[in-house]
Design a protein. Structure first.
Length: 378
């Protein structure tokens, strides 16, 4: 039963004016979010739109007006855009992963490390779709050093002491990698994962390498912590990185030699607006090689000529059963424009017999020969 009103039961009840608490304005003691206060006071930004407004501010202002150097502005823009990036935007594609089987001999593994120029390699069981971890060059050298180290007292008694107390003959280069116990864990992420989330996970786990796994459980690519950092600061080249040739190189005859991994945006920048990519194709592929594969309806062959939009024609200069590698881009004259079906150089102007009618069946599994791998990951 609810409480009764005392004024109704007690005739002597007199209401009194009681003080009502009034909320006081909270004074800023200087310990709040100073970053928000500064930007709101200087630029008139609202907290809900600060990200967008800051991005617009960086685009509109010159370095002298903004107070940021060009390098600082570029990195700030990269940080703001990193939230929208997915792992699939940053990863090294499967075809460029250097990987070795888990039963490789450590002598052969040393040769792969030397040739690849990387500090980490992916380890797999039978195929790259069955990864077991990674191996770090530092762990391999540590294992070999431990095996070669001899007792200092015994080394001192030797007629000719060994330099650094290491007996390299004690290292069996035929030892399989599985016997060394130096294979480390890798992270597994889907292509749709946010790059920022993966970076936080890498920091927490202290693991610098992740394999990108598609919805069917197959290996789609690889991403390292260096790949993520490069999205902010730009390309990081160390002492062992070779200078890469430009993706697209103009030729004296007016044609272009392009790496098939060149982005479609780069192709437009070099070739011009004649290179028009259909909207549905642009949503599916990002590179020139992917565009040519989509246009041909299959994996193009070396030496094949593929008609492009407008007067453009693409000649596949280099390819293997897994991907297109190098392409020549030519702008044709009106006389050479027709007929322009996909064909081999030197062949009649007709579709290749037995090629366009049925797609190629090719194995994307890396070769078991470590020297046949394609370099690229960090």
């Amino acid at each position: 039963m609810p409480d009764s009103d005392p004024s109704r039961n007690d005739p002597s009840f007199e209401p009194r004016n009681l003080p009502v608490p009034v909320p006081q304005k909270r004074e800023d003691n200087g310990n709040g979010n100073w970053f928000v206060r500064v930007f709101r006071s200087v630029f008139g930004l609202r907290p809900s739109t600060m990200r967008a407004d800051l991005s617009d501010f960086l685009d509109a202002m010159t370095p002298a007006e903004s107070g940021f150097s060009p390098e600082e502005s570029r990195m700030l823009k990269s940080i703001l855009g990193l939230r929208e990036r997915r792992v699939s935007d940053v990863m090294v594609p499967r075809a460029d992963i250097i990987a070795v089987q888990q039963d490789i001999q450590i002598g052969d593994l040393l040769m792969v490390f030397e040739k690849a120029g990387h500090s980490r390699l992916v380890i797999y069981n039978d195929t790259l779709d069955d990864p077991v971890g990674m191996v770090h060059i530092r762990d391999l050298i540590g294992y070999m050093t431990t095996r070669a180290t001899i007792d200092p007292a015994k080394n001192a008694k030797r007629r000719k002491p060994l330099p650094a107390g290491l007996d390299l003959k004690a290292i069996n280069l035929a030892t399989p990698l599985t016997a060394t116990k130096i294979v480390r864990e890798v992270l597994f992420v889907p292509p749709s994962a946010r790059v920022m989330d993966l970076l936080a996970r890498m920091q927490a786990k202290q693991i610098h390498l992740a394999l990108v796994i598609d919805e069917y459980g197959g290996t789609d690519g690889l991403i390292s912590i260096e790949d993520i950092v490069e999205q902010i600061v730009g390309e990081i080249a160390d002492e062992h990185d070779e200078d890469e040739r430009a993706n697209i190189v103009p030729q004296p005859d007016g044609s272009y030699i392009a790496d098939a991994r060149a982005s479609l945006e780069d192709v437009v920048a070099f070739v011009g607006q004649d290179f028009v990519v259909e909207e549905d194709v642009a949503e599916e592929v990002d590179t020139l090689g992917g565009y040519l594969t989509s246009r041909a309806g299959r994996l193009p062959l070396r030496g094949e000529l593929i008609p492009g939009p407008g007067l453009l024609e693409f000649e596949v200069l280099d390819a293997d059963p897994r991907r297109v590698k190098r392409v020549r881009i030519v702008r044709l004259t009106e006389k050479r424009q027709k007929p322009r079906e996909a064909r081999k150089r030197g062949e009649p102007d007709a579709v290749l017999a037995g090629v366009a009618q049925s797609p190629l069946n090719f194995d994307s599994t890396p070769s078991k020969d470590p020297n046949s791998q394609n370099p690229s990951q960090s």
